[in-house]
Structure formats: C-alpha cells, structure tokens
Design a protein around this ligand. Structure first.
Ligand code: ATP
Ligand code: MG
Length: 213
C-alpha cells in the first residue's frame, strides 16, 4: 500500500458479553473479504506465552489472586503480544484488530480494583511500548444484560456485579475523555446494526489513513 507508513491498531472494549468478539470477528471478516492486510489478536493471548498467562488469569480456581498479581499478568501478556506480534504487523502496514487492549487495564484493574492510576498508566505504556489504539469501539451494555448472554465461567466474569458496574462506568468515563478515539456503541442493538456502524466508522477511518478498500 503506497503512501501508508505504518499500520493501525483498532481495539474493541466493553464489559463481559457486550459483543466485542462478535464485532471484532465481523470486522476481520470484512477486511479479509476486501483483501486488506490485517492481524486479529486477543489480549491477553495470541502468543504462546500470552495464552498460557491467559489460562492462569482466568482460572476460576484462583479466587485468591491478588489484584496486583492480576495486573502484572495482564501487562506481561500484553508486552509479549505487542513485541512479538503487534509491532511487526504495524511495521508491515497491517490493520491490527484487538479484542481488548490497554483500556481494559484502566477499566478493570485501575478503576475496578482501585489501583493507583498514575503509576499503572506508566506500567501500561511500558508494557505496550507506548502504543495506543488508533481507534477503539466501546461496546456498552447493561452489566446484567451482558451477563445474561453467556455462561459465567472465568474468574473475572465471576467477580460480583458491583465490580462490573464500576468497570462499565469507568469505560464510559474513559470514552468521554477520549472522544476522538473511542466510539461508544449501544450493545443492545442487533449484531447486524452494530456491524454496519463499525464498518462505516472503520471505512472512513482507514480511508483517511490512506488505505484503499
Ligand atoms: N448485538 C447482540 N445482540 C444479541 N446478542 C449478541 C449481540 N452481540 C453478541 N451477542 C451474543 O452474545 C454472546 C456474547 O457475545 P461476545 O462473545 O461477542 O461478547 P464478548 O463481549 O466478547 O464477551 P466476553 O467478554 O465474554 O469475551 C454471544 O453468544 C453472542 O452471539
Ligand atoms: Mg469475547
């Protein structure tokens, strides 16, 4: 793709069951059909080391896990993902679609667990090599509605409703502060409606970046 210097990073965020993975996959299918260069990742995960860390993080038997331990495991998985997969893909001018990224740390660990924001923002940047998503979709939904869509079977999903309400509010606050980057989607709309909205935004965004779809 002449004229493009570097790829872009598009992330999907939101509480459990909001529809992040569904929309991220739909976007990836769209990009694939268009023949656009892409990389689809999930955070934590998408590297051998990251997938192992993910299993530790989400193991429902580890109820004892301290929030600080949780934080560093998420950051460790992200660092591996960024350096092993995302940075090379961006250098190859790919469109990287991430099912969760650094905003999850702020919503779940900083606001959800009341950990210190300034310090963790520094760790978060360090783990991500200073990389921030270029565009983020926050799929917003009522916590109970999101939960009712699936089984609660991992450790973090199993935390109480008050925790997840805090996470949802935190996400909305982050979106308000970063209005240019974070687009809030109403997760109660149908999969198809959301898909149309996401693809509309992404087309416009990629066009401005010089991609020809
Ligand atoms: N807009 C929608 N309306 C109704 N159901 C939906 C919608 N989007 C996704 N679903 C369904 O809700 C369930 C959860 O969706 P999905 O896995 O995409 O959510 P998620 O945000 O990735 O969840 P998790 O946080 O657990 O990874 C799935 O069964 C999916 O088919
Ligand atoms: Mg998912």
């Amino acid at each position: 793709m002449p004229g493009i210097k570097r790829g872009v990073l598009i992330s999907f965020e939101g509480v459990e069951g909001s529809g992040k993975t569904t929309q991220a996959r739909a976007l990836v299918d769209y990009l694939e059909n268009k023949g656009a260069p892409f990389l689809f990742v999930r955070d934590p995960g998408s590297t051998e080391i990251g997938e192992s860390i993910r299993q530790v993080l989400l193991n429902p038997e580890y109820k004892i896990m301290n929030p600080r331990c949780e934080l560093f495991l998420f950051l460790a998985a992200r660092a591996q993902l960024v350096y092993e997969k995302i940075l090379p893909a961006l250098n190859d001018k790919k469109i990287v679609v991430a099912d969760r990224f650094s905003d999850s740390t702020l919503a779940y660990q900083v606001y959800g667990h009341n950990l210190p924001k300034r310090l963790i923002s520094i760790f978060n940047r360090f783990a991500s090599a200073g990389l921030k998503p270029d565009l983020t979709f926050l799929v917003d939904i009522d916590v109970l509605k999101g939960r009712s869509r699936g089984k609660i079977n991992d450790r973090i999903e199993g935390l109480n409703r008050i925790y997840h309400e805090k996470v949802r509010r935190a996400y909305l606050r982050l979106a308000h502060r970063a209005r240019g980057r974070i687009k809030v989607l109403n997760g109660e709309r149908s999969v198809e409606e959301l898909k149309t909205e996401v693809i509309g935004y992404v087309n416009e965004f990629l066009c401005k970046k010089g991609y020809k779809l």
